[in-house]
Design a protein around this ligand. Structure first.
Ligand code: FES
Ligand code: FES
Length: 157
């Protein structure tokens, strides 16, 4: 079957597999992390047609024909090879987390939040961040990063 991943058409063999394992094992997109495997931690979060999706619970066949975006699909590479980080990535560089296991979930959730709401309130940022567990307790920096990303996006980065 074919998948649309990060703007490219990819051929995949394991049609009965969960999206997480196709992304990681078949397509080599290991930016999507495995944590709990039961839809709770959020480290496996990707966007499917722009919606926050737990890839550990999502049969790959169910996303055929939909646009899947992973962490690897956010940065842009110019003709000169220079990489420009997505504003959310840049904001997390400025406000780093500890071990980073939860990071893909926080980044992808923030991307979806800011696409829907370019100027979220602190409460809306907390609601969005709270769906992803951080065992290192990095929520203060998550809050700062999402607020900074909103600022960077408004500035046109
Ligand atoms: S690995 Fe998917 S929610 Fe935890
Ligand atoms: S930084 Fe370690 S789990 Fe969040």
């Amino acid at each position: 079957m074919q998948l649309q991943v990060n703007g490219k058409t990819r051929q995949v063999q394991r049609e009965d597999e969960l999206l997480l394992w196709v992304l990681r094992d078949e397509l080599g997109l290991t930016g999507t992390h495995y944590g709990c495997g039961i839809g709770i931690c959020g480290s496996c979060t990707v966007l499917v047609d722009g919606q926050v999706t737990r890839s550990c619970l999502t049969p790959v066949a169910s996303v055929a024909g939909k646009a899947v975006t992973t962490l690897e699909g956010l940065a842009r590479t110019g003709r000169d090879g220079a990489v420009t980080l997505h504003p959310v990535q840049q904001a997390f560089v400025e406000n780093p987390l500890q071990c980073g296991w939860c990071l893909p979930g926080h980044v992808m959730s923030a991307v979806a939040l800011l696409n829907a709401n370019p100027a979220p309130t602190p409460e809306q940022i907390d609601d969005s961040a709270g769906i992803n567990l951080c065992r290192c307790g990095g929520y203060n920096n998550v809050r700062k990063a999402v607020a900074r990303a909103a600022e960077l996006k408004r500035g046109g980065l």
